[in-house]
Design a protein around this ligand. Structure first.
Ligand SMILES: *Cc1c(COP(=O)(O)O)cnc(C)c1O
Length: 386
């Protein structure tokens, strides 16, 4: 089976992990800060913190922004469930904003309409809006940032797909239009630490709060402690309810090594994607619009069957799987998941997302995908659609 995504691990990546195994620290050593420094520098952000998953990163990002019971968080229905669950972990409610069908990202126009309607009807405005850079392509951050200032909400960029991407010339993660950016290093993403994630921010108070939340809410900083006397150098204090969301040294060493390959990974994805665009050009498929101000990291090759296709998406999916092509679907709209229906959501609420989902397929796209494999994917797709 040709998978839809796969990690690329080099001999140097392996050596970096093995070196940690021979060292003094398997956790809480020098590699995590080194990885964080690389992330901050690459993204142009003041602070980066590595954690054990993007899901944990989303959780502490929401907590640091004060999300709690009585608050509401808005996100896109076309995302992995973690982008919505983080609000629920904090005891907040979640709601969704429909996508722009051309980019598959949250529509700034739909966001503006929903904000206006909420204000007109005296309903709660969102405390935080979590935008998702679908398939590695940045959302319209300038427009979303302007709405954030006007309506007073915070912005988290779920850039789980988008390390290595750029928006208006600047790296995603620089937080020019957002409070916090979140990355995932799961093996199908752009770079990997096996499991892992990170946050970036330019706001020191958020970075400090997230550092505490990542590690039990415990501090040894004399400036933060209230009870320790000067003759008690062993004292640490728990000053809030935190978690163990730490990344290990093994993971961080892999992350450092992968960071040195990030631009190559993204360039290779662009070359493969351009080849797909040429080979698929005459097929009845819609590929997402790539606005000129956006340089995608191309985490996924998303295609949608257009209106002239008279075979179901399920049939195309089955035909490709039959040929050993590991196509996938990203994503089932979150509001239609059973857990979210039980919260009161229903099909029909976000029509652009649902229409996209009904036609969507993700084709294999990863660093080591060969041209021969790509030809196989295109051949199987051509046969299924003819
Ligand atoms: C993968 C992913 C996550 C979760 O990442 P983990 O590191 O597996 O926790 C969150 N949001 C999006 C959009 C993702 O694709």
């Amino acid at each position: 089976m040709i998978p839809y995504g796969r990690q690329d691990i080099s001999p140097a990546d392996i050596d970096a992990v093995v070196a940690v195994l021979r060292s003094d620290f398997l956790t809480q050593g020098p590699k995590v800060p080194e990885f964080e420094a690389l992330l901050a520098e690459y993204c142009g952000a003041r602070h980066a913190l590595a954690v054990n998953s993007a899901t944990s990163a989303l959780h502490i990002a929401c907590l640091s922004l004060g999300v709690g019971p009585g608050d509401v968080v808005w996100t896109s229905p076309i995302t992995f469930v973690a982008s919505a669950n983080c609000a629920l972990y904090c005891g907040a409610r979640v709601d969704f904003v429909d996508i722009d069908p051309l980019t598959c990202n949250m529509s700034p126009a739909a966001l503006e309409r929903k904000l206006e309607a909420a204000q007109a009807q005296g309903q709660a405005l969102p405390k935080v809006v979590i935008v998702v850079h679908m398939a590695g392509q940045s959302c319209a951050m300038q427009e979303i940032g302007a709405l954030a200032r006007r309506y007073g909400f915070a912005v988290i960029e779920d850039a789980s797909h988008a390390i290595g991407a750029r928006y208006r010339g600047a790296p995603v993660g620089g937080c020019q239009y957002a409070d916090i950016t979140v990355f995932s290093f799961h093996p199908v993403k752009i770079i990997t630490t096996a499991e892992g994630g990170a946050v970036t921010t330019n706001r020191v108070e958020l970075a400090e709060r997230m550092a505490l939340l990542r590690s039990h809410g415990v501090t040894r900083d004399p400036g933060l402690m209230t009870q320790a006397g000067p003759d008690e150098p062993w004292v640490y204090e728990q000053i809030e309810l935190g978690y163990n969301y730490r990344m290990t040294e093994l993971q961080a060493a892999l992350g450092c090594s992968q960071m040195s390959r990030l631009d190559d990974f993204v360039a290779r994805r662009h070359a493969l994607y351009a080849r797909y665009q040429t080979l698929l050009g005459d097929l009845p498929l819609i590929l997402p619009l790539q606005p000129p101000e956006v340089y995608s990291s191309l985490h996924l090759c998303l295609v949608q069957l257009d209106d002239t296709v008279h075979i179901s998406r399920a049939a195309v999916y089955a035909a490709l799987r039959e040929q050993g092509i590991g196509v996938n679907v990203h994503y089932i709209p979150v509001h239609t998941q059973p857990y979210f229906r039980a919260l009161g959501f229903s099909a029909g609420q976000f029509p652009a997302a649902e229409n996209y989902y009904a036609r969507a397929l993700s084709l294999p796209l990863f660093h080591q995908l060969s041209h021969a494999q790509q030809d196989q994917v295109v051949g199987a797709l051509r046969a299924a659609l003819s």
